[in-house]
Design a protein around this ligand. Structure first.
Ligand SMILES: [Zn+2]
Length: 336
């Protein structure tokens, strides 16, 4: 795909997105340098050499000792189309991503998960996001299958309730469309690994309601523990921008970051309270959440203006998407 075409698609999808100090012990060790530039094997990384601190909260915060996500590790790649400056997180978050991807790679094979933006090395405001400021937010694309049912490199396509999507490529040319399916088993296993990671407590998974339903049905059909399923149910929700093309993960402050200024916002869960108590951390008042940004819906007219002519299939998908873009499932609310 040409850069120009990719930019058009990003404009189409990205326009909808409302999503979205110095180190205590500065780290300049070989592992840190290796993460900067080279593919690494997950099990060779010595995470204990890193000392990161997430400051304040994701909407108004910063990051000390930010750890770069490897450009490539077993089962994981940082999206080559994103700015590599935007791949820094806390050590807990980066380690959790690397290890979850390695588990999927080990157990189910396939192609790497594609990770989009985390935070800048020192955090703070970052292009394309309102949050992602303190090393605890990360966007991840769904694992995907191509038309032949085999794993395919993930793209930022949106997926409908049956798990189907299209990589439109040239939006005016229907002949280059690639039919995609969300790869539910690999996507679920990645989520399960993150949810079961006690050192990197996940707080929220932003995802469209219909994809939450798809993933939940899969988890219930497998021998997944009741506590993992109930945590998945608790932490997933659809924000005003529906997140039908990627996950946004948010992690709680690591216990040892709280005394250095890390602040969680709601929601707080019983298991996280227990974890903090066990770590002997005095819980502080939660930071207020910012007001929900209103969903910016791209109309056909706006899309045409941004992208030029749209083929009939793109028009059909924009129409289809209206079914889930405005409201979560009956009985469900938007993310608090
Ligand atoms: Zn995000």
């Amino acid at each position: 795909m040409t850069r120009a075409t990719r930019l058009v698609l990003v404009t189409l999808c990205g326009a909808l997105i409302a999503c979205s100090s110095s180190p205590k012990n500065p780290v300049a060790t070989p592992p840190a340098r290796a993460l900067e530039t080279e593919p690494v094997a997950a099990r060779t990384i010595d995470w204990s050499v890193f000392d990161s601190t997430s400051i304040r909260n994701p909407n108004d915060g910063s990051l000390r000792g930010g750890v770069p996500l490897p450009v490539s590790s077993p089962g994981l790649r940082f999206n080559p189309n994103r700015d590599p400056e935007a791949r820094y997180g806390t050590v807990e978050v980066v380690r959790a991503l690397v290890e979850a991807a390695a588990r999927v790679h080990r157990e189910l094979g396939g192609l790497p998960v594609t990770v989009n933006d985390l935070s800048l090395e020192s955090g703070g405001p970052i292009p394309h996001h309102k949050s992602h400021q303190s090393g605890r937010d990360v966007d991840v694309l769904f694992y995907q299958l191509g038309p032949d049912g085999q794993p395919i490199e993930s793209v930022g396509a949106f997926f409908e309730p049956e798990g189907r999507g299209v990589d439109f490529r040239d939006l005016a040319d229907p002949s280059d469309d690639v039919r995609l399916t969300i790869d539910v088993p690999r996507t679920w296993l990645f989520l399960q690994a993150l949810i079961e990671d006690d050192d990197a407590q996940i707080q929220t998974i932003f995802v469209a309601e219909h994809l939450r339903t798809l993933l939940l049905a899969h988890a219930r059909s497998k021998s997944v523990s009741a506590s993992t399923i109930s945590r998945f149910e608790a932490v997933t929700c659809q924000p005003s921008y529906p997140h039908d093309d990627h996950f946004h993960f948010r992690f709680f402050c690591a216990p040892d970051d709280i005394e250095d200024g890390c602040r969680d916002s709601p929601p707080m869960y019983p298991w996280q309270k227990t974890r903090l108590e066990a770590a002997g951390v005095r819980r502080l008042p939660l930071a207020p959440k910012r007001a929900q940004a209103a969903a910016k819906i791209v109309t056909h007219e706006e899309a045409r203006e941004a992208a030029g002519p749209l083929d009939a299939e793109v028009e059909r998908w924009l129409e289809l998407r209206k079914r889930w873009i405005r409201k979560p499932h009956p009985g469900r609310e938007y993310c608090p």
